[in-house]
Ligand binder design. Sequence first.
Ligand code: DX5
Ligand code: ZN
Length: 221
Amino acid sequence: MAELSASILAADLLNLERDIGKAIHSGVKWIHLDVMDGHFVPNLTMGIPFGDAIRKKFDVNIESHMMVDNPDMYLEKYCSFSKLVTIHYEAPVQTVRVLKEIENRGSMPGISINPKTPVSSIESLLPSVKYVLVMTVEPGFSGQGLIEEAAQKIPLLSEYRMRNNLDFLIGIDGGIKRDNISHIASLGPDIIVSASAIFSGNVEENINSLRSCIKENRNGQ
Ligand code: DX5
Ligand code: ZN
């Protein structure tokens, strides 16, 4: 069954400890840290001090989603608190080299693709990654609507993985809510990232209801 990853972009930043605690208490095993630099995407968010603080306080897997032009900067730091570090295919860096460095530093290397980037662009990288994060919104903001065509890359990746005997996890990020999560789960991702659907309102209730929609799908299959 797909696991939920809680993106704290929509958490109450002045009550971050409380919100992360609630998510973990409700069984969430992954915290998704959206790192933005104001260049790769038109927004600035959180970075190293947030990751360090979460690591110190909670025993949880952190996935750092690097929406930055230079994901190779400060990798030592990001890898020190992240189980998984995901860089963007669209970032202007030597992708293979950076993925290798993430692995050498002991984190799982991940690659993310924007909604308009086809799976074919990253085929040659797939043997070198442990995670593929499919963006179903343009990166930059929480609370946008899901782009369905982008979600259709999930079954493509899943088939490619099986055919080529690879072992990367598949994640999906952006616009996932209670009313579409069952459909998203049916496409076969391993990790479903959500920010606003988890952190707007009652965190525990939201997580339980999202999780029961994922389960519903599994029972229906
Ligand atoms: C967007 C971020 C997403 C975002 C998802 O750039 O990468 O992780 O937080 O937010 P929701 O779930 O609200 O669409
Ligand atoms: Zn993200």
